[in-house]
Write a protein that binds this ligand. Structure first.
Ligand SMILES: [Zn+2]
Length: 567
């Protein structure tokens, strides 16, 4: 016994001393959570606006309501119901230290559905996120837990399936756990980008080359790439594909060599959710905003704590100052080892002289930008690279503040930063809760651009204040208008039909929606700004008073009543 243990210890020691410490993920422990073949519409680490995709998106053949099964035995440790993000979502905790996650579901197993309804009635709201009593909702491997759907931030029916480490809540590339997936299709290399390593990513546009495909998944740039920069960094655009599918997926592994020396390598293995927004520093955000295409930077930005980087020599910088031709090799592969390779040569030829770069604010330093109209307080974690901010004010037509042009939103913020805009006149006390920053997003094609135009602000010593996540144009407004319904509620209610109510909110968001039939709270579900109620058979027949209360983020409430007849 003792020998065995010390042997195991020795093995563990040897293992951890390997060049790449790989976690031994259990293989075959989890089954396919559906009973259709796993056909992926999305994979782990794929680039999405403001985040990396964290799960496997399993296609459900354009259908909803397909059964979803427990991938292994365990208990339901968390349930969330939301009109955004994961939609209706289950977390199943397993005895082996992992938790599986099932998102965008239409409905849950009856036992779970009951627990959710109890929680919704208790909270008097449909959006809930809670941890049920662990003893009650136990499922064995292969037992049905839910039906698939298209809820939350989903645009087509599919199951989003994740595997997380329960203790750390880090999400792991689920392919490590071995599922029956056939993939012999290598990634496609689309572009290589060359940057001046001496300048911020935000103060240049890369030279972009489209390689030529050669046999055996080789790609080349036929002519030697000539650059006027003595030290360069590189970028890459590549997409992976599964067999017989047109869905773009993310690549698993990327390596970059200069004259045979490995300078950069990344593996899409595990992700800490707190770092998920670092996609905006992992890729060239400005290029994405301007060209609608991703470039993975083959170097590491500031304020980027992603764990994908395995090798990073000279931060990916390639020194060409001696004028010799260097041979570059970029290798990228999918999880199953299907590999594509790009080769080209590059040479520095002195140009007419690099223009002097203006004084820039270093990425990893704090700084307050301010004048009598505003304070933009940036801490050392604000930016992924050095910035030279152009901040302007315009009188604007609005009465409460100037229009502040905070540079533009092609520079991402790595973390929320404090913005204060001075109010041009005294604000009556009762309006202090009604402040809002109107955020004008000019380029709608920006990564993560949302319809959101208003951000609730608070009153601080004559300023409107909020922590902002994007740069761009801001001014202050007062929001005293409550959300309003777009059309009247239908007056005749029949069992097993849906009642739909659409609500409009001008400035911020709908914080709450509550409906009461007489004294009874009705659980309306939400998709976007449309609220639906499935009329049950057991509702008391006859004419009732329906009361609907809505509220926005600035505490503007509206109450409306309707006569409805239940048939
Ligand atoms: Zn997904």
């Amino acid at each position: 016994m003792r020998t065995l243990r010390s042997l195991a210890l020795l093995a563990a020691l040897l293992y951890s001393q390997g060049t790449r410490s790989q976690t031994a993920y259990p293989k075959g422990y989890f089954r396919n959570p559906m009973d259709i073949p796993i056909d992926l519409a999305g994979n782990f680490g794929e680039f999405r606006p403001n985040h990396f995709h964290t799960g496997l998106d399993i296609k459900t053949n354009q259908k909803e309501n397909l059964p979803v099964y427990a991938a292994a035995e365990g208990f339901i440790s968390r349930i969330s119901v939301s009109h955004t993000g994961y939609g209706n979502c289950l977390y199943l905790q397993h005895p082996n230290g992992y938790t599986t996650v099932y998102a965008h579901l239409n409905s849950f197993d009856e036992k779970i559905q009951q627990a959710v309804l109890q929680q919704q009635l208790r909270a008097r709201q449909w959006n809930v996120d809670f941890e049920p009593d662990s003893a009650t909702l136990y499922y064995s491997k292969g037992q049905r837990i839910a039906y698939s759907g298209n809820t939350g931030g989903s645009v087509a029916p599919h199951l989003h399936f994740e595997i997380r480490n329960t203790a750390s809540q880090r999400v792991i590339n689920a392919l490590h756990f071995q599922f029956d997936i056939k993939d012999a299709t290598p990634p496609v290399i689309r572009k290589a980008a060359v940057y001046n390593a001496a300048a911020s990513i935000y103060l240049q546009s890369p030279a972009v080359y489209v390689p030529v495909k050669a046999p055996d998944n080789q790609y080349i740039i036929p002519q030697t790439v000539i650059t006027a920069y003595p030290v360069i960094k590189l970028g890459l655009t590549a997409d992976d594909y599964m067999d017989n599918s047109t869905n773009n997926l993310g690549v698993y592994k990327t390596e970059m060599y200069a004259d045979g020396q490995l300078l950069y390598s990344t593996l899409m293995d595990e992700l800490d959710f707190a770092r998920n927004r670092c996609i905006n520093g992992y890729t060239d955000f400005k290029y994405k905003a301007e060209q609608q295409a991703w470039i993975q930077l083959l170097s590491r930005s500031y304020n980027n704590g992603l764990s994908f980087y395995k090798v990073l020599e000279q931060n990916g910088a390639i020194d060409l100052s001696d004028g010799r031709v260097k041979n570059i090799r970029i290798v990228t592969s999918d999880f199953y080892g299907n590999t594509s390779e790009l080769r080209f040569s590059v040479q520095y030829v002195q140009g007419p002289g690099t223009p002097a770069i203006a004084q820039v604010r270093k990425a990893a330093t704090a700084f307050d930008y301010r004048d009598r109209h505003y304070v933009f307080r940036t801490d050392a974690s604000a930016f992924y690279d050095d910035v030279l901010l152009d901040i302007r004010k315009q009188p604007g037509s609005n009465p409460w503040s100037c229009l502040l042009q905070l540079h533009h939103n092609r520079i991402p913020l790595a973390s929320p930063q404090e913005l204060y805009i001075r109010l041009l006149r005294p604000l009556p006390f009762e309006l202090r809760k009604k402040l809002v920053f109107i955020h004008e997003v000019k380029a709608q094609s920006l990564p993560g651009a949302q319809a959101q135009t208003g951000l609730k602000a608070s009153f601080v010593n004559g300023y409107a204040f909020a922590r902002i996540r994007t740069m761009g144009n801001y001014f202050v407004a007062i929001d005293t208008v409550a959300p309003r319904m777009v059309a009247a509620v239908p007056s005749a209610w029949h069992p097993n039909t849906a009642v739909r109510v659409t609500v409009q909110e001008e400035s911020t968001g709908i914080r709450s929606f509550k409906a009461f039939l007489g004294d009874q709270f009705l659980v309306f579900s939400r998709k976007g700004n449309t609220f639906s109620y499935q009329v049950p058979a057991g509702l008391p027949k006859g004419t009732h008073r329906l009361r609907i209360e809505t509220e926005d983020e600035n505490e503007n409430r509206r109450e409306q009543t309707f006569q409805v007849t239940v048939h």
